[in-house]
Design a protein around this ligand. Structure first.
Ligand code: BGC
Length: 745
């Protein structure tokens, strides 16, 4: 009886919530229509215009008064934003508030690890918390719209923006970017600490040819649907407020002028009712692409494609009125775009609550935020090698020698896309080691190289003398933050400057060498890994990277990160990613490599499979790889059945035992492979992951529920095909327990 009562109360509450939600939606739509009916064409075009607010002058203010601006990016001082907002509200004819936007990518003041680092945590909750922290800090300064998450699938580490991505995998990217959206937007956009998120870059920008930024992409429809679009579709389902078009042209069409993408897929198929914004001048850049003759044609193509707001290049502002007068653009098209923009402003509560409180106690760098950033940094780090259990540093160690250009580089460890984080607040590894462990060990510091590109070897001998006197050497190498990020592509992924020479020299000093790499992308560090006893990949770990690393080095924290992207041995292997399509002649692992080829070998004697004579088939490190201080064993993989209907859910269980001496978290990964289908499918695909904490000696039952709908793919429509599948559960993309099942119709 009580159960029934609770059930009925639940139904009533749900019904009331749904009812008040739809009432609010109706109110918003009514307000949109009422405003729209009072707007002149010029005012409508003004709403579609986003301008750069950096160094605002009187001219900008007067344009705001005239209703010529809908949004500003790149301002962040609360007093200034309040003043500009006052002008929009009190001095423009209709008093429409401005949308204030900024790139808050992996933190605002408190900087979290770069997104690629966060992805190594395989932890949506860490990513969501990072976004929540950023939203709390940024909204206090008046920023209500961020241009994140970047959900471009990135399979090319030459591309500098891989740092901003969640890596190479669609499933992982979808889960993490959805979590980031929830973090930024909170439960209700109206809440003053919520920010509108922006799913970017629509579409395919991560696939630029040769990894060179702004280059063209050629993604065929199936790959687009199966690999690149799913995170965006999930973002729309998650209620993402905005979407940004990308710089690349895909198969000859720049997305900013692509009606199939912006109207066909986004509006008609996915029913997106938020704002589509261009990337910085990407409308005007359609001229440089050779896709439009001039700004007028660029505006025509973009607006008719369904792009609502143009970022900074003002082709809309200059040309839309003429295009309407000439009958090339309909007023309905403009009304629809303006509706989307006004709807967002209303959803954000900007009309009712336009000003930020300048008095509220600031939350930036609060202890809670710093603790969250530290936890994110800890979970982002990947232990790549740990020979002789060199890590954690044992209690018999008396002296450690800290070396390298990234040991005390507060600016660089924050990574790319940091406009507001202050390096003075960053805690570097050197500082953290001294603060947290300085009373336990003697710390010698020899930077040796001033920055990652430094080639000056003059300090080597002094460093080697210090290394010889120490019990452990910890070398912090990698790349400065400026070497990754937008427009910062590289053709060579080796460590720069004299860093490899430094690692080589240190490896000969006779003292165990631990190498910590801080970088914005996978680097080709095969030699450095060979020369070191232990290697930690720390990415650019942000404000609290130092304490996170120090606690990992000393074993207070056990590393748990796994690679969200494949690490190539050499650049020539790129693109190299785990979920490539099956080929007709897969490598067998027994291929002859270059040094073993007999003289005058016969043309077909080497095996004729898909591999490189010099690099072989395997990368340096596989997707999903990462070690712990403890060890894990998998056993007893069990499937709830051996055949399933497309609407069924498969239950998979596996036993995970901690067979080592530390408590540790294992990221258990579930992969499936479709053995034969109507089109060639990837060799395997990630379909589930869980972080599982296990005590030494403990065994846990890990259970996944895999709906068969997850195995659908696009082949002129979404299909779940009958046939044979294999499933693998394990600690990385290559090793695990296998089983088979089938789908029947
Ligand atoms: C980037 C976007 C960014 C925009 C605004 C562009 O150059 O591609 O990702 O949001 O600038 O700063």
């Amino acid at each position: 009886m009580r159960k029934l009562l609770f059930f009925l109360i639940g139904i009533v509450l749900l019904g009331t919530a749904a009812c008040s939600e739809s009432k609010e939606t109706n109110q918003i739509e009514d307000r949109v229509e009422s405003l729209l009916s009072r707007m002149t064409l010029e005012e409508k075009i003004g709403q579609m215009n986003q301008l750069n607010g950096r160094n605002p002058d009187e001219k900008l203010m007067s344009r705001i008064r005239n209703g010529e601006v809908g949004s500003l990016l790149n301002i962040e001082q609360p007093e200034l934003i309040n003043e500009i907002q006052r002008i929009a509200l009190e001095e423009s004819r209709l008093g429409i508030p401005l949308l204030i936007a900024r790139d808050v990518i992996h933190g605002y003041k408190t900087i979290f690890p770069i997104p690629l680092g966060q992805a190594a945590s395989f932890n949506p909750s860490i990513v969501g918390t990072g976004a929540r922290v950023a939203a709390r800090e940024a909204t206090q300064d008046g920023i209500r719209w961020t241009f994140a998450p970047m959900m471009d699938i990135s399979r090319d580490p030459r591309w500098g923006r891989i740092a901003e991505s969640f890596g190479e995998d669609t499933y992982l990217t979808t889960k993490l970017s959805s979590a980031m959206i929830r973090g930024f937007q909170g439960n209700d956009l109206k809440n003053p600490s919520s920010m509108a998120a922006c799913a970017k870059h629509f579409i395919g920008y991560g696939a630029v040819e040769g990894g060179k930024d702004y280059n063209s992409t050629y993604i065929p429809p199936r790959q687009l649907r199966n690999v690149y679009l799913p995170p965006f579709k999930a973002a729309v389902e998650e209620g993402v407020a905005t979407i940004m078009t990308s710089f690349n042209s895909n198969d000859g069409i720049p997305p900013s002028g692509d009606p199939w993408l912006l109207t066909g897929i986004l509006r008609d198929e996915w029913k997106f009712d938020g704002v589509v914004v261009s990337d910085w001048a990407s409308v005007k850049e359609m001229i440089a692409h050779g896709f439009a003759e001039n700004g007028k044609e660029a505006a025509l193509k973009a607006v008719n494609a369904g792009l609502d707001m143009e970022m900074v290049s003002e082709c809309y502002f200059t040309n839309i009125k003429d295009l309407i007068n000439e009958g090339k653009v309909s007023e309905k098209t403009i009304d629809d775009a303006v509706r989307n923009i006004l709807r967002l402003k209303l959803r954000l509560g900007l009309f009712d609550n336009p000003y930020i409180s300048e008095e509220d106690p600031r939350v930036a760098y609060s202890k809670e935020h710093l603790d969250a950033a530290k936890m994110a940094a800890e979970e982002s780090m990947v232990l790549l090698k740990n020979e002789d259990q060199t890590l954690p540093i044992s209690s018999v160690v008396k002296t450690i020698c800290v070396v390298g250009p990234l040991a005390d580089a507060p600016h660089d460890q924050m990574g790319t896309w940091v406009f507001d984080g202050e390096k003075e607040k960053t805690i570097t590894p050197l500082k953290a080691l001294r603060q947290l462990y300085g009373d336990k060990v003697n710390i010698i510091y020899e930077p040796t190289l001033k920055y990652s590109r430094d080639k000056d070897r003059s300090k080597f001998s002094k460093t080697l003398a210090a290394a010889r006197k120490s019990d452990v050497v910890i070398a912090f190498v990698g790349e400065e933050s400026i070497l990754s990020g937008e427009a910062h592509s590289l053709a060579d992924l080796n460590l720069r400057g004299a860093q490899l020479e430094l690692i080589s020299a240190l490896s000969e000093a006779g003292t165990p060498l631990v190498t910590v790499v801080m970088a914005g992308r996978p680097l080709t560090i095969g030699t450095e890994v060979e020369l070191s006893k232990s290697v930690i990949y720390a990415w650019h770990p942000g404000t609290m990277g130092g304490p996170a690393i120090a606690d990992i080095l000393f074993g207070k924290t056990v590393p748990s990160g796994k690679l969200p992207v494949t690490f190539p041995k050499m650049v020539g292997q790129i693109p190299v990613f785990y979920n490539h399509n099956s080929t007709g002649r897969p490598a067998r692992g027994t291929e002859v490599l270059i040094d073993d080829i007999p003289l005058e070998a016969r043309q077909s004697s080497l095996g004729n499979t898909s591999y490189y004579l010099d690099a072989g088939f395997d990368p340096l490190f596989h997707f999903g790889y990462g070690l712990s201080y403890t060890s894990f064993e998998y056993s007893d993989l069990n499937l709830s059945n051996s055949s399933f209907h497309p609407s069924d859910t498969l239950r998979v269980s596996v036993q995970l035992s901690n067979t080592g001496d530390f408590q540790g978290t294992e990221i258990v990964q579930l992969y499936t492979a479709d053995k034969s289908a109507s089109v060639v499918r990837p060799v395997k695909e990630l379909k589930g992951f869980q972080r599982v904490l296990v005590q030494p000696g403990e065994t846990k039952d890990v259970v996944f529920h895999l709906p068969m709908s997850e195995l659908s793919f696009w082949n002129d429509g979404d299909v779940v095909e009958a046939g044979e599948f294999s499933i693998m559960v394990g600690g990385n993309s290559q090793e695990g327990l296998f089983s088979d099942f089938s789908i029947i119709n």
